[in-house]
Design a protein around this ligand. Structure first.
Ligand SMILES: Cc1ncc(COP(=O)(O)O)c(C=O)c1O
Length: 412
């Protein structure tokens, strides 16, 4: 596997938080608890991008691409290591949305989805995954049904299995929703689909889990796994990836395809054999090199070590928040992710977010338009989202908790 690291990553399994922080210039400026939005990148990620932009400036964009070709392909190999899949299953994309949409559109085109077809989505599905399904419902009569949650609040694999019949063309589930700390059992759901013998295509949104939880494409058993670069992977903005199954490689063509995905031949066209077919010709190679540096950094840290530290910081935040009068931690699930969501019985979440940010602490506001079904089902109108990464400290979590307490103690 090619490595793009500009600075050495910490030894696997041993997270040295001081070293992580030293590698992360932004730590000096802010308390960044918005890694589910866009994380602070390590300096090596920025350096990889700047170096390539400088090379483009110096010798020309195509020439710089040719010179960096091995390292660019190394990004694909690094993502394959992250997902325990083959590099030819990986497409380098501009975002999680473009990755997901490319797979979805290929399925819709292949099967000419229409009134006889059903799409099943998780109740916590992200807007940009649900909206294309709703478009097919509005324009082509496809039926969209929501998979119920189980008693623990995660997508219920058994309920899904009972819903699977020959009409179900697509099952779309997110691993970690953006607006809740639950972790869906995407491997269990994949097993349920396989056990049922359903021909449905299985799409997994790993946007919030890539970089914070171990991922195995084989265990999940999805036909498409989509993710972004800028969140827990700490990569460049404008990056993402898609990893596809052998079935997808055998049966799916992106629509529309371009000269990167196919070769124009005298009597038609030949589709690129690998997952590169899902990419378009033009890309930001600087951003891709940044993504490669980020994935290498995460792999160097050890994903399990990252997961444990993120979990510990999130657990600290949850238990501290639960002790503050009137605060309600809204996360569901038995196992929880590094996304902590809460509201207050009377103070609007927006007001809390403004007050927290005013103290130099980056958190975000989750609102219904990001995941309509989830918010409406649970009668939530706004949530404060706190999402630590391994480079955050216990003291930063405590600073957040004090700030929330102080805000709520202020006379309104
Ligand atoms: C769960 C989930 N899926 C998909 C996306 C879309 O990612 P991108 O903005 O990279 O397209 C997000 C972004 O916040 C997300 O949280």
């Amino acid at each position: 596997m090619a490595s793009h690291q500009q600075t050495p990553a910490p030894a696997s399994g041993t997270l040295d938080v001081a070293a992580l922080r030293a590698d992360t210039p932004g730590c000096r400026n802010v308390v960044h608890l918005n890694n589910a939005g866009s994380a602070l990148p390590p300096a090596s990620v920025t350096q990889a991008q700047v170096d390539h932009l400088r090379l483009e400036e110096a010798i020309g964009g195509y020439e710089a691409h040719a010179r960096a070709a091995d390292r660019i392909e190394g990004t694909r190999a690094s993502i394959a290591s992250l997902l325990a899949c083959r590099p030819d299953q990986v497409a380098l994309m501009e975002s999680a949305t473009s990755a997901w949409a490319r797979a979805f559109a290929a399925i819709a085109a292949r099967h000419r989805l229409g009134p006889r077809d059903r799409i099943l989505i998780s109740g916590s599905e992200y807007a940009s995954n649900a909206l294309p399904a709703l478009q097919l419902a509005r324009h082509l009569g496809v039926r969209v049904d929501v998979i119920p949650d189980g008693t623990d609040g995660t997508t219920d694999a058994a309920a899904l299995q009972a819903m699977l019949d020959e009409d179900v063309a697509v099952v779309a589930v997110n691993h970690c929703p953006s607006q809740n700390g639950l972790i869906n059992d995407v491997a269990g759901i994949g097993a349920a689909i396989r056990a049922s013998g359903s021909p449905a295509w299985y799409l997994v949104d790993a946007c919030q889990s890539a970089g914070q939880l171990p991922l195995s494409a084989a265990d999940i058993g999805a036909d498409a796994i989509s993710a972004t670069g800028r969140k827990f992977l700490r990569g460049a903005r404008g990056t993402g990836f898609l990893a596809v199954s052998d079935r997808a490689l055998a049966e799916l063509e992106p629509f529309p395809i371009d000269l990167n995905g196919a070769t124009w031949e005298p009597d038609g066209y030949a589709v690129e054999p690998s997952a590169r077919r899902f990419e378009q010709w033009e890309k930001s190679y600087a951003a891709i090199l940044g993504l490669g540096a980020a994935v290498d950094y995460a792999l160097g840290c050890g994903i399990e070590a990252l997961a444990q530290r993120i979990d510990a910081l999130a657990a600290r935040a949850r238990s501290g928040l639960e002790q503050i009068d009137g605060v309600r931690v809204r996360d569901r699930g038995i196992r929880r992710s590094g996304i902590v969501t809460f509201d207050h019985v009377s103070v609007p979440a927006e007001q809390l977010v403004t007050g927290i940010r005013a103290a130099g602490i980056n958190v975000s506001l989750s609102t219904p338009e990001y995941s309509r079904i989830d918010f409406d089902q649970h009668q939530v109108t706004g949530l404060v989202r706190v999402s630590p990464h391994a480079y955050n400290t216990e003291q930063e979590i405590d600073t957040l908790l004090s700030r929330v307490s102080d805000l709520l103690a202020m006379p309104s």
